[in-house]
Design a protein around this ligand. Structure first.
Ligand code: MEV
Length: 434
């Protein structure tokens, strides 16, 4: 009989009962089912309440980036990521930056934007003014939705209204600006927007439709800078001053070419997202905001802009900087309930969301610098290949004491393949050498 994915009441079943269905569905073995098990320290009930239809947990490697110093304070930075080299690269870059004092970082106030879309407005310019004229009472109503946020010094601060021509007629879009304090702000902002939407629609003389936060948090920016000394950048074949020039050339391609810029900014997000995930924050929101911000900043015919900038100071040092919206929170969401996220926040020792954003911006800059340094010198593959080769050797069945020798051969031959790893393993074992 053909299998059907229409399983009524799946959400009502226990985790065990859901797993039983999976076992039958895919003929999973005991070992495969065990891969869904909750690790010690994780209460299945917490996960079962976090999302729907939970059957287990998916575990990411968690690594710690060392050497970070931001605003004169040292941090051990937890990074949850599946990609080899990222943690090592961030630690390396932080070590170089540290020689010149580390990262200097700031944040703007934690202002989030909530959007209320209004359609069918006959007189959009006048409708805009009618909404603005009612600003004070609208802000008051918004703040009545979240007395706790107001008590902690946050709340709705301002209102902007945009008139946007569209293929389906001119739309009015009201932006409610909300100080979210130490929260990412999604719930507070969405609740406020939903509460205000009928009034805004009526004032505009149209009908409101969307009421939702914008992930393009242009007012909630984090910035960081760091200085990298040329003598610390030299390689076997390049002088430090040459490396600085090569990094400037590498960076400049991202500034003029969207194909390179996408990869450049991806490398930045390798660092930022790994920490965002480790702290239980919404990495999709951060990624979306960062990439759209990069597009918004683009000037002079470019379609996107690197989130980092590199320059040379008078002493010949390389100076890197980053500016990126970072709407992360420490209260609410998974950060407040996921035990590993909670431990990671404690490990980081950040006192508030702004401090977390400052660390994130610094990690993003470090990650990007490390990528450019590798790309502008020996290339990215050597480090990657070695880590990849370790995985391949293990997958080929090498015991821990055999791994190093197999890795060395795979890298030397530039053939990082399981079939080759198996051949080398057999050779080694046949010759009795370990
Ligand atoms: C790989 O995940 C990230 C890099 O491609 C970033 C870059 O090219 O700048 C190395």
């Amino acid at each position: 009989m053909e299998k059907s994915s229409k399983i009524s009441g799946f959400y009502r079943l226990s985790i065990e009962a859901r797993r039983k269905i999976l076992r039958e569905w895919a003929d999973l073995t005991d070992a495969e089912l065990a891969a869904y098990d909750f690790p010690p320290g994780i209460d299945p009930g917490i996960f079962d309440r976090m999302i729907e239809n939970v059957v287990g947990s998916y575990t990411y490697p968690l690594g710690i980036a060392t050497n970070f110093r931001v605003n004169q304070k040292d941090y051990l930075v937890p990074m949850a990521i599946e990609e080899p080299s990222v943690v090592a690269a961030a630690s390396n870059a932080a070590k170089i930056a540290r020689a010149e004092g580390g990262f200097s970082a700031q944040t703007t106030p934690p202002i989030m934007i909530g959007q209320v879309q209004v359609l069918d407005v006959a007189d959009p310019a006048a409708g805009r003014l009618r909404i603005l004229a009612a600003k004070e009472s609208l802000l008051e109503k918004a703040n009545a939705q979240d007395p706790m946020l107001v008590k902690f010094g946050g709340g709705a601060r301002d209102l902007e209204v945009r008139v946007i021509p569209s293929p389906r007629g001119t739309m009015l879009v009201a932006h409610l600006l909300v100080d979210a304090r130490d929260a990412a702000g999604m719930n507070a902002v969405n609740t406020m927007c939903e509460a205000l939407a009928p009034d805004i629609g009526r004032l505009a003389g149209g009908r409101s439709l969307l009421r939702i936060i914008s992930n393009l948090a242009i007012y909630r920016l984090a910035r960081a800078t760091a200085t990298f000394r040329p003598d610390l950048l030299a390689t076997d074949t390049m002088k430090g001053t040459e490396v600085v020039e090569a990094i400037l050339d590498a960076y400049t391609l991202a500034a003029v070419d969207p194909f390179r810029c996408a990869t450049h900014n991806k490398g930045i997000m390798n660092g930022i997202s790994a920490v965002v995930v480790a702290t239980g924050n919404d990495f999709r929101a951060i990624e979306s905001g960062a990439h759209t911000y990069a597009a918004l900043q683009a000037k002079e015919g470019a379609v996107v802009k690197p989130l980092t900038t590199y320059e040379k100071d008078r002493a010949g040092n390389l100076v890197g900087s980053i500016e990126v919206p970072l709407a992360v929170g420490l209260i609410g969401g998974a950060t407040a309930v996921h035990p590993t996220a909670k431990a990671n926040v404690k490990l980081l020792g950040v006192k508030g969301a702004a401090e977390l954003a400052q660390v994130l911006a610094s990690v993003g800059l470090a990650q990007n610098f490390a990528a450019l340094w590798a790309l502008a010198t020996e290339g990215i593959q050597r480090g990657h290949m070695e880590l990849h080769a370790r995985n391949v050797a293990a997958t080929a069945g090498a015991r821990p004491e055999e791994v190093d020798r197999i890795v060395a051969r795979l890298v030397a031959e530039r053939k990082i393949r399981i079939d080759r790893a198996k051949e080398i393993l057999e050779e080694l074992r046949a010759s009795g050498s370990r």
